[in-house]
Design a protein around this ligand. Structure first.
Ligand SMILES: *[C@@H]1O[C@H](CO)[C@@H](O)[C@H](O)[C@H]1NC(C)=O
Ligand SMILES: *[C@@H]1O[C@H](CO)[C@@H](O)[C@H](O)[C@H]1NC(C)=O
Ligand SMILES: *[C@@H]1O[C@H](CO)[C@@H](O)[C@H](O)[C@H]1NC(C)=O
Ligand SMILES: *[C@@H]1O[C@H](CO)[C@@H](O)[C@H](O)[C@H]1NC(C)=O
Ligand SMILES: *[C@@H]1O[C@H](CO)[C@@H](O)[C@H](O)[C@H]1NC(C)=O
Length: 257
């Protein structure tokens, strides 16, 4: 048995004094991702809808947040009365895969700051007040699986580069104020596309024959545009198609048996 010398006792004591407050501190130190979320809340002018976002609880328990392995992967902020833009630091949430912002009052141009959210798979900006063109380099959101831009005030032409978003399963662009646009032929390369909703999108020209390439398509809504010409027969060969809306266009011809 070794005898504890006064010197080592003193050392133990000073170690205790040194480590105890440090331990206390580490419990109140904000998690870096929580700090980002609180900064977001502040950026959005502390809306009452997310007043429960505070450092007394862990952010992974907040109803709007989805975490995986302790890291934020989803932000579901529909109907939160948000009006400010999306700030670049949102992508400091490096594992963000889902961002739902539908039915707020966010204005301004398409949020290209999200290009830095390299894992973003699901983006819903529908029912806001976004304006201006959809940028031609939108394919930089290369992981996107679901894109919903419906019910905004986007203008300009529909960029062909959307066709390079090869993981897209859902594409909703209905109810915008686009310049008269053809359906880009590049859309027909979207092999995983199940839902294409482009009602009231000022589409002109013909439905591409190559639409038959969209073999997994389940819903096609091109209603209330100025599409002309025949309905390509390939549309009726799409085996998974269950919902087809083409009314309110200037389409011609017969619907095959
Ligand atoms: C912090 O949020 C919790 C719910 O997450 C709430 O019960 C509590 O009242 C909030 N505290 C403050 C100071 O706002
Ligand atoms: C993102 O997820 C990976 C894998 O789960 C993890 O190692 C990393 O720490 C997470 N990043 C952040 C910022 O939490
Ligand atoms: C939304 O914001 C407006 C303006 O700040 C405010 O008048 C209104 O009460 C808010 N609505 C909700 C549901 O928080
Ligand atoms: C958007 O703002 C308008 C006017 O401030 C308000 O009447 C409306 O309820 C808001 N909508 C949402 C979804 O916050
Ligand atoms: C993009 O995110 C990284 C961290 O993931 C950061 O270092 C970089 O500054 C960001 N770039 C921009 C343009 O925001």
């Amino acid at each position: 048995m070794s005898k504890t010398s006064p010197a080592s006792l003193q050392m133990i004591l000073s170690l205790l004094i040194f480590t105890l407050p440090f331990h206390g501190n580490s419990q109140t130190t904000t998690d870096p991702e929580q700090a980002i979320l609180l900064k977001l809340k502040q950026h959005w002018s502390n809306p009452p809808s997310i007043k429960h976002w505070n450092s007394t609880s862990t952010h992974c328990t907040w109803p709007e947040i989805t975490c995986s392995g302790g890291s934020v992967t989803g932000l579901s902020l529909r109907d939160k009365n948000l009006t400010e833009t999306i700030p670049p630091f949102i992508c400091d949430l490096q594992n963000l895969t889902l961002l739902h912002l539908q039915n707020n009052n966010i204005s301004g141009p398409f949020p290209t700051v999200l290009y830095n959210c390299s894992k973003l798979q699901k983006l819903d900006l529908s029912s806001n007040k976004f304006v201006g063109p959809i940028p031609g380099d939108i394919h930089r959101l290369s992981s996107l699986q679901d894109l919903n831009l419906a019910y905004n005030k986007f203008t300009g032409h529909i960029p062909a580069s959307i066709g390079q978003l090869s993981e897209l399963g859902t594409l909703q662009m209905a109810y915008n104020e686009f310049a008269p646009s053809i359906i880009p032929s590049t859309f027909m390369q979207l092999k995983k596309l199940k839902i294409l909703w482009m009602s009231m999108a000022n589409l002109v020209g013909e439905i591409p024959e190559t639409i038959e390439n969209l073999t997994v398509l389940e819903l096609l809504d091109l209603s209330a545009n100025q599409l002309s010409g025949n309905i390509p027969s390939g549309v009726f060969l799409l085996k998974n198609l269950t919902i087809l809306h083409l009314h309110r266009n200037q389409l011609l011809g017969v619907i095959p048996r």
